[in-house]
Write a protein that binds this ligand. Structure first.
Ligand code: NI
Length: 173
């Protein structure tokens, strides 16, 4: 699966709610999980592979623990708490990292791959990753959250480092 690179316009799209989890959708989930691992990412939103669907896959567990993918369908955050600034990256914006302010803790609700409702409390890296992926589903990339000065620096740097068409990206999430 090819990961779309910023500023592809699909990354700006609003993902639609998933109404039917059929076999085709299960394959999409599996493909996204595989793409996330092969790209060494910790999260991937469906927008990033060109599907405007409310679906994100996440795994922030240490690689040596083996795969522990979390599948979030139609997710929304019900509670935010605290604040934290940490470095972030994105598979759609490879090799660029910048600090982003996020809620430190949150509660997210949604559905798993079997259509079962899930409610998850998260903090630290998982909370950050959930916020990052849910942003993607609303057409927001992490560089949109940088302050104006840093955003100007990003534009300058990105013009130099952005991958050429057809090249596979590498990055962290
Ligand atoms: Ni991302």
């Amino acid at each position: 699966m090819k990961i779309l690179i910023y500023p592809d316009e699909i990354l700006r799209g609003e993902a639609q709610a998933v109404r039917n989890i059929d076999g085709k959708f299960q394959r999409l989930i599996d493909d996204m999980i595989e793409t996330m691992y092969s790209s060494r990412g910790i999260g991937l939103a469906a927008n990033q592979i060109g599907e405007l669907k409310q679906l994100a896959v996440i795994d922030v567990s240490p690689p040596e623990d083996g795969p522990h993918p979390i599948v979030l369908i139609n997710p929304y955050i019900t509670e935010f708490e605290g604040e934290e600034v940490e470095q972030e990256g994105c598979l759609s914006i490879p090799n660029y990292f910048a600090p982003v302010r996020r809620a430190a803790r949150l509660e997210v609700v949604g559905y798993d791959r079997n259509g079962k409702e899930i409610r998850l409390e998260a903090e630290g890296l998982l909370a950050r990753c959930i916020q990052h992926e849910l942003d993607h589903l609303r057409g927001i990339c992490f560089v949109d959250r940088l302050n104006p000065v840093r955003r100007a620096l990003f534009r300058k740097k990105w013009a130099k480092i952005r991958p050429k068409k057809g090249k596979r990206p590498s990055g962290t999430d």
